[in-house]
Design a protein around this ligand. Structure first.
Ligand SMILES: Nc1ncnc2c1ncn2[C@@H]1O[C@H](COP(=O)(O)OP(=O)(O)OP(=O)(O)O)[C@@H](O)[C@H]1O
Length: 608
């Protein structure tokens, strides 16, 4: 019975293995078509260099060829990956496709490959061997999925910049994913060669690459069973059509393509999205009643110790001086509020401090690291953690998973230990889960741990970003407009949270348009206008500072800032008070009202 289906079953296994080589990079958000080239190189070198099956036996010959092929695939991936890893999306697809085509043409013109005639290889692979190999590959990706490494790849796929800010070395992770793809494609190439009896360079052409990609996409790239489901679907649809008597010709491929279209249109997450995803939950409630191990912690600067020193820091975009000549010192335990009208340069300044944007002039040292050439993940490693003006959550991950990624820097790698089922890996994963749950509870989101980040309300998304930033146990926490979109009550709660974090010794720098909240929460306020610091001092000093009042109200004759901010609209940015404020200015014309003023932002930014 099984023998009757041996051929389709073997092709399902082979197709799934090839699709896993695409899945390996799709989970990190990379679109590559180079796998056909890796498979081709592996198939020809493996089959040519491995000893003959007659001399050493079938299985040893195949195993040696597999080792050669996977090594060749991985090395080719490094060679191709090093110069192309900075490419994204369609550019990476084109570059890798170019590589695969170059390999095909070179191999086509070699004598040792048999050229267009192809190379004869003994059939050694059985259906059992093919499925054993598939089981090993699927096991690899299954164990990877819930490891620290697997989470990092998912985070890169969801939002690369946020992943960098969580301390993930994106370049290294993307290259590792690419090398895995090379090795798995190499495995496929060798197994294919030892099954079909005759291989030709044309077997690994553009069409083969697209088929592998389609299989992975149809199966789904967010769950490890995806490639297997995709390959089963792709292989069995024609078989089923044949069995029910749909004759060859245009009908069969037409129906198969139509079904493919239906899956892609109605199941954007692929067939695997039909399988319910078990969301990770901590074993304890995370509110302090936990018993698991704690994660690594870092030494934080003591109160009054220098955290950041900025000297003459400036940033110019073309002719626009976003920030100019800023001297600033931030000390341990301070809560520094950064305020100023829209376009004053606040976000640009914190982007420089967190390493996202290099300064055009001046210098700065943050937690002992000088900014400029230091990559974002290294600054995160030094203890800088941040939220973004426009939420940069990992939308398809749950709230808890978002915070788990935030804990990347303080948790231990678990993937290799998970492969071996070592209890220490389970312990470390539990510790990471409980740490994430504690962070969620700290911001009041404990009950929403299993919810997808994209399904949370705007205010909860802001809080989730804070929980994620806290998870790295930062020394300097930077919050970019954390209260944006929050109502009066939520903003008051956030203010209490910031105060309690500062009481724990955390140094906080935050941008906020809600001046009332800033004056209430901060130990020091720095005011920017047109990229320059126009005032710095205690909340009381700032509230009475004429230069600040002028920057906000456009006149020096008005009352001092009182700690509350008028609600306004883009049409009436003064909150209806009729004050002649500069466009986008935050006003305090109605001290009884609270809220933020958010005129439409038309600035184009790489990182905000
Ligand atoms: N990537 C960029 N390219 C060009 N100009 C930029 C870029 N980022 C910021 N700017 C400009 O730099 C100036 C300061 O912008 P920035 O976003 O830092 O101000 P902000 O005080 O944070 O404003 P908001 O309160 O609206 O967020 C603005 O004039 C803005 O248009």
């Amino acid at each position: 019975m099984l023998l009757e289906y041996a051929t389709p079953l073997t092709f399902i296994a082979l197709g799934a293995i090839f699709a896993y080589s695409f899945y390996a990079v799709l989970i990190a958000g990379q679109l590559s078509l180079g796998q056909a080239g890796f498979a081709s190189l592996a198939a020809f070198t493996g089959a040519s260099l491995a000893p003959s099956a007659d001399d050493v036996g079938d299985v040893p010959a195949l195993l040696i060829a597999v080792v050669i092929g996977m090594t060749v695939g991985a090395v080719a991936a490094v060679v191709l990956g090093l110069p192309t890893m900075h490419l994204r999306g369609v550019f990476l697809a084109i570059a890798t496709l170019g590589f695969a085509e170059a390999v095909r043409i070179v191999l086509l013109n070699q004598e040792w490959t048999g050229g267009a005639q192809g190379l004869g290889v003994p059939r050694v692979l059985t259906v059992g061997m093919a499925w054993t190999a598939l089981a090993v590959v699927a096991y690899w990706f299954w164990r990877m999925g819930r490891s620290r490494y697997g989470r990092a790849l998912e985070a890169i796929r969801e939002d690369e910049l946020a992943a960098r800010s969580m301390g993930i070395d994106v370049g290294r992770h993307r290259l590792a994913a690419f090398v895995t793809a090379g090795a798995v494609a190499g495995l496929y190439g060798v197994l294919y060669a030892y099954y079909v009896r005759l291989i030709a360079p044309g077997d690994f052409d553009f069409v083969a690459a697209v088929e592998g990609l389609v299989t992975a996409v149809v199966g789904g790239s967010t769950m490890f069973l995806g490639p297997l489901l995709g390959s089963g679907f792709q292989t069995m649809i024609p078989e089923i059509q044949r069995a029910v008597g749909v004759e060859a010709g245009w009908i069969r491929p037409f129906i198969a393509s139509l079904l493919l279209l239906v899956v892609i249109l109605f199941l954007p997450g692929g067939l695997a999205s039909l399988i319910p995803r078990r969301s990770r939950m901590p074993t304890s409630d995370g509110d302090g009643g936990h018993r698991g191990a704690r994660l690594a912690t870092r030494r934080h600067p003591a109160a009054g110790e220098t955290v950041a020193t900025l000297a003459g820091l400036g940033k110019e975009y073309g002719g626009v001086h976003a920030v100019r000549d800023i001297d600033l010192e931030i000390r341990g335990g301070e809560v520094v509020g950064l305020i100023g009208p829209n376009g004053a340069g606040k976000t640009t300044l914190v982007n420089m401090i967190s390493g996202l944007v290099p300064p055009s002039s001046g210098s700065a040292t943050v937690l002992g690291v000088s900014i400029g050439r230091t990559p974002v993940h290294k600054l995160a490693g030094a203890g800088v953690s941040r939220t973004f003006q426009h939420s940069k959550l990992f939308n398809r991950l749950s709230a808890l998973e978002n915070v788990l990624v935030g804990g990347h820097l303080v948790s231990r790698p678990t993937f290799l230990r998970r492969l071996l089922w070592l209890p220490s890996a389970r312990r470390d994963e539990r510790a990471a889960l409980e740490h994430a749950a504690r962070c969620l509870h700290r911001v009041g989101l404990g009950d929403l741990a299993g919810k997808r980040a994209s399904s949370l309300s705007y205010g909860d998304q802001r809080r989730l970003e804070i929980a994620r930033a806290l998870a790295s146990d930062p020394s300097l926490l930077i919050l970019d407009e954390p209260a944006a979109g929050m109502n009066h009550v939520e903003a008051a709660k956030l203010s209490a949270l910031i105060t309690s974090l500062a009481a724990d010794g955390l140094t906080i720098l935050f941008i906020e348009h809600n001046v009332g909240m800033v004056l209430e929460t901060c130990t020091r306020v720095v005011v920017l206008n047109f990229g320059e610091v126009i005032a710095s001092g205690t909340p009381d000093e700032i509230a009475a500072n004429p230069a600040v009042i002028e920057a906000y109200l456009g006149t020096q004759d008005d009352e001092p800032l009182t700690g509350a901010v008028a609600e306004g609209t883009a049409d009436d940015p003064t909150g209806g008070a009729g004050v002649n404020a500069p466009a986008g200015a935050v006003t305090n014309v109605d001290p009884s009202a609270a809220g933020t003023l958010e005129p439409p932002d038309t600035t184009s930014r790489d990182a905000t």
